[in-house]
Structures are given as C-alpha cells and as structure tokens.
Design a binder for this molecule. Structure first.
Ligand code: ATP
Ligand code: MG
Length: 407
C-alpha cells in the first residue's frame, strides 16, 4: 500500500500556513489489510480509518458516483485498484486535490499548484455539482484565503450559480450546512463568505432574509454606507476584527433582518424593525438548527440592540427591564456578548469603525449596580417568595436610579 498526505495539509504547507490536522489517503489496500494493521474503522460502510496512534484520518482511495439527492445519494467505490488520480478528481477544489508522499513529492494532476499561485479557487471537475455542500465550502475557503488574494474562478462561480438555481441546496441537512456556516463565520473575513454566497445566488436560497437586506436604504445620518446589506457585512467584519466568538458573529449577521420587511414607502426609516425581525431570526435559527447559545443571543440582540445604542438615555426602569430580559444576574457572559454585538453594530458603519462606544461601559456598570444590591436586609425584614422578588426589583431600580444620576 502507498500512503499520501492529501487535502488541506498539502495546500497549507505550500501556502506556508500552519498545518493543524492531516488527512491521508491510502492507495492499493483493502479494508482487511487496514484492520490487520490496527487501524480503527470510522463509519460502517465508509472506507475511512483512524490511525491506532496518531488518531489521524486515513481514507482508502475511492471513487464516488451520485445516485440521488443530497449527500446520502452517493455511492462509494473503494478498492485496491482505485488510483491516486481517481481519488483526487472527486475532490472539490484543485488546491485541495494535491497529494504528497513521505518524500514531499507532489502529485498534482489537476494543477492545484498553478491555482495556488494564481490565487484561484477552481473546481476540479464537473462532478463538483454532485454535492451542493461544495457551494458553502468554496465560500468558506474564499473567506479564509481572501486576505491572501484568493478569489473564486469565474467558471466555478458559474457552476455554483447553476447548483443554487437547481434546488439542490435545499437537500442539504441543517447539520452539514451549520458546520460550514459556523466555520466560515469564524474565519478572518466572514463577510466574504456571505458575499460569495450572494454572488452565486446561494444566499437567496439559504438565507433569503439576509439576501433581502441588500438594496434596502437606511438613514445616512446614522448609516453613511446607507445599504443595510453592506452594513450587515461591515458588522460581521468588525466582529472578526475584534475576535468575537461565534455567538456574537451569528447575532451580528441576523440583527437587522427586520429591516428587510419595511414597506418601501417608509424607507429609509425602519420603525420597530427590532421586533419585526424576531420571527425571521427564529426562522433562520431553526433552519440551521443553530446551537442554543447562538439562537438565544441572536434573538436578544435582534430585539434589544437599539436599547444598547440608547443606553445612556434609557430610563432606570427600562434599563432594569433590559437587565431582567437578559437574566444578567445568572447569565453575565451572555450580557457581555450582547454588549459586544451592539458595539460591532455601531462600528460596522462606513467611516465610524474607530468610534468609541461609551454605552459598553455604561451597560456594564448598570449590570454591576443591579447585581450588587444587598439581599440580606430584605430577608431579615421577612420578605419571602414573590414578595422577595418584588422587593429585590425595587432595590435594583433604586440602585439604577442612583447609578444613572452619578454616571
Ligand atoms: P480544513 O483546513 O478546513 O480542514 P481541508 O481541505 O482539510 O480544510 P476537510 O474538510 O478536512 O478540508 O477535507 C479534507 C479534503 O477532503 C479536502 O481538502 C478535499 O480534498 C476533500 N473534501 C472534503 N469535503 C469534500 C466535499 N464535500 N466534496 C469534495 N471534496 C471534499
Ligand atoms: Mg482537513
């Protein structure tokens, strides 16, 4: 049997990037031989194994044929006769379809090296169209390598467009889509992921609510960039620049969905967009089965981001309601993430990227004031149950009044 490094490990070494996980392909071997060498099988009828010591993935060279809709509709054919070139041709991009032996000899039948130099994300063969997930993968790689100057080859974008129009994207499972979306959002230029999806028409299929924001104007006084879609991309970019976690990035992407529902005659105002957007945010959350913390933060940021911006003007009672809605006493981290999302929203505007955001510290201070009221004296006065709850609320309101006066 012959063993080669493939995929990302080869690509990233040639790019001079750190290689984290290594995928291997094994040519000329049978499942029985792999098992005899101590490799552990990963899936039932999937010819992939884990190395007994390193735990890295070793896949038998295989060919694939599409036999139905979605990813379940694939037939694999792995046998010792399958060649390295046959295995590489089923891969998505030419830069991902190179192999390397233990002497660092490169096998590159589809010119991945040439495309690396040309900074092009190009599909390997027309079989690209057999797995719609590749549309998301290419957009994700575009987001990752945008800083190096990579773009999607026009003929690949065209294939992605055809795939998006064919209805195949709808066959993707929420789990597979979310895995790509969440990884893409964590790249350095997550806005490129959305841009590429939009350019090939996939955004309209996957997240029509986000797609609808492009072309929707906002008041230039607050939004020099005017376009709501452009603003959303800037917010996402700010979130990446500020190394925000996935929850915040997801909330940033969805925070203004309500603006897509505003009747044209009300443009560029978007009255109550926070509230109107909630059902759209919920729909996107559920479509991709986003993890609960992402779902929750997106809903809260959607509803309250303008409260965040107006923090210094809020009445103490409104401030208290805000803190209660976030259950800030038990979930301080989530409130921090809300503040971060608001700040990214404020900075994701043309020319305002460097502005200060005093609301952030003001909100933190308010949370601390409300959190540090003394409960013991209330217990000593004999308050219990719901009455204790009310008494605590009154104390918090008092604390917030004092806080606002002294701020
Ligand atoms: P990363 O750095 O994100 O791990 P990678 O290229 O290693 O990038 P993997 O998802 O680990 O990506 O997959 C390893 C290789 O398997 C890819 O480089 C590609 O050749 C191939 N591959 C993975 N998923 C697909 C797919 N859906 N369609 C075609 N080829 C794929
Ligand atoms: Mg990999």
């Amino acid at each position: 049997m012959r063993i080669y490094k493939v995929g990302g490990a080869v690509r990233d070494r040639l790019l001079g990037k750190p290689v984290t996980d290594i995928d291997w392909v094994v040519v000329g071997a049978t499942t029985e031989e792999m098992l005899a060498k101590g490799f552990r099988p990963v899936g039932a009828d999937f010819p992939v194994f884990l190395h007994p010591n390193s735990g890295e993935e070793y896949a038998l060279a295989r060919t694939e044929r599409k036999s139905g809709r979605g990813y379940g509709g694939f037939t694999f054919h792995a046998s010792p006769e399958v060649t390295l070139e046959e295995d590489l041709i089923r891969r998505d991009l030419t830069i991902n379809a190179m192999a390397e032996d233990d002497q660092q000899n490169l096998t590159d039948p589809y010119h991945g090296q040439r495309d690396l130099e040309a900074r092009l994300l190009r599909h390997v063969s027309p079989a690209f169209a057999e797995d719609p997930l590749r549309v998301l993968r290419v957009a994700r790689f575009a987001a990752r390598y945008a800083a190096l100057g990579f773009t999607v080859a026009p003929e690949t974008l065209e294939l992605m467009r055809q795939l998006s129009e064919s209805g195949e994207l709808e066959a993707l499972t929420p789990e597979r889509s979310w895995k790509e979306i969440s990884r893409a959002l964590m790249e350095n230029q997550p806005q490129v992921f959305i841009e590429v999806l939009r350019a090939c028409g996939a955004l309209k299929v996957l997240m029509p609510e986000v797609d609808a924001l492009f072309g929707v104007p906002q008041p230039p006084a607050h939004h020099p960039e005017i376009d709501t879609g452009v603003h959303t991309l800037s917010v996402l970019q700010q979130a990446a620049l500020h190394k925000q976690p996935l929850t915040v990035r997801w909330a940033c992407l969805l925070h203004d969905l309500g603006k897509g529902l505003t009747p044209e005659q009300e443009w560029p105002q978007h009255i109550a967009h926070e509230f109107k957007g909630l059902k759209l945010i919920k729909a996107v959350n559920e479509r991709f089965k986003a993890p609960r913390d992402c779902q929750e933060l997106a809903m809260l940021v959607g509803e309250y981001h303008t409260h965040g911006h107006r923090a210094l003007e809020l009445k103490p009672s409104t401030l208290l309601e805000l803190l209660q809605s976030f259950d800030v006493y038990r979930r301080p981290q989530r409130f921090e993430e809300f503040i971060a999302a608001c700040e990214m929203d404020a900075r994701g505007r043309e020319g305002l990227e460097q502005r200060s955001y005093p609301q952030a510290d003001y909100l933190r201070g308010a949370a601390t004031a409300a959190r540090t009221i003394a409960v013991q004296p209330l217990l000593e006065k004999g308050f219990k149950g719901p009455e204790l709850g009310e008494a605590i609320k009154r104390e918090r309101l008092k604390a917030l009044k004092a806080y606002k006066e002294n701020a």
